[in-house]
Design a protein around this ligand. Structure first.
Ligand code: NAD
Length: 261
């Protein structure tokens, strides 16, 4: 528990499943008030609200598309209306799809960039503008990926979006540090969520992925949520501009793990 988080208000994008729901639930156990954004999965969002409330927090689900300025504005308004302020903004919504790059449609490229990078820009911009208008400190946290560091063939658009998130996070962390606004990312490795459920249901693909992880297991969304709570809390009060990888060692060049090379 991080007692300073009690009663603080967070907005989380894409919170109706996976890592977003796990973070929301963890923030509930920190007694926070959470706006849970969802795009289309209303049932998932309602379940996430219940989880937050069972854990001891308060939550409201809000439908909107975070790749649009109207969608982001709607979340700011909802947070102020329901909980009176915003203390933390969490860019979690993301998507991926696989295509050889010479066959990648411009439409697919744009959709992934719109959600994973432009959504992070407009969400962060709105949160920054809010913190500055209210003259208050704030925290922005983006769920990036190990693929802000590891290139991922056939997911070139996803890779480009997450490398972009890394640069954007570092730039705004520096730009707003003197205003006491901290900006960080988490870089999950392979985490058990709906985004990769199909892949991990296949034993062979699961084993192949586990081989790429020094800790030899897929991560749990709760392990990402634990890192998120720490980065939001005052325990991380001097931490800005970093990516905290939560990846079982995946970014440590696992091809070298047996002393080869
Ligand atoms: P998920 O598919 O379970 O959840 C992603 C959520 O984002 C979904 O609820 C989806 O509806 C939402 N979303 C997508 N586009 C949206 C939009 N325009 N507006 C609002 N919501 C939108 O996936 P997840 O694994 O929980 O992923 C969460 C984040 O973690 C993503 O940014 C993803 O890139 C990142 N990540 C996940 C993994 C992993 O292994 N699961 C690894 C690295 C990074």
């Amino acid at each position: 528990m991080y007692t300073d988080l009690k009663g603080k208000v967070a907005v989380i994008t894409g919170g109706s499943k996976g890592i977003g729901t796990a973070i929301a639930e963890r923030l509930g156990s920190e007694k926070m008030h959470v706006i849970i954004n969802y795009r289309s999965d209303e049932d998932g969002a309602d379940e996430a609200v219940e989880l937050v409330e069972q854990a001891g927090g308060k939550a409201v689900a809000v439908q909107s598309d975070v790749s649009t300025e109207e969608g982001i504005e709607c979340l700011i308004k909802a947070a102020v209306k329901h909980f009176g302020t915003i203390d933390a903004w969490i860019n979690n919504a993301g998507m991926e799809n696989q295509h050889p790059t010479h066959q990648l449609a411009l439409e697919d490229w744009q959709q992934v960039l719109d959600v994973n990078l432009t959504g992070v820009f407009i969400g962060s911009k709105a949160a920054l503008a809010y913190f500055i208008k209210e003259d208050k400190p704030g925290v922005i946290l983006t769920i990036s990926s190990v693929h802000e560091q590891i290139p991922w063939p056939t997911f070139a658009h996803y890779t480009a979006s997450k490398f972009g998130v890394k640069g954007f996070t570092q730039a705004i962390a520096m730009e707003y540090a003197s205003r006491n606004i901290r900006v960080n990312s988490i870089g999950p490795g392979a985490i058990e969520t709906p985004i990769n459920a199909e892949k991990f249901e296949d034993d062979q693909q699961r084993a192949e992925t586990e081989q790429m992880i020094p800790m030899k297991r897929i991560g749990d969304p709760k392990e990402v949520a634990a890192a998120a709570a720490w980065l939001l809390s005052n325990e991380a009060s001097y931490v800005t501009g970093v990516t905290l990888f939560v990846d079982g060692g995946m970014t440590l060049y696992p091809a070298f793990q047996d002393g080869k090379g």
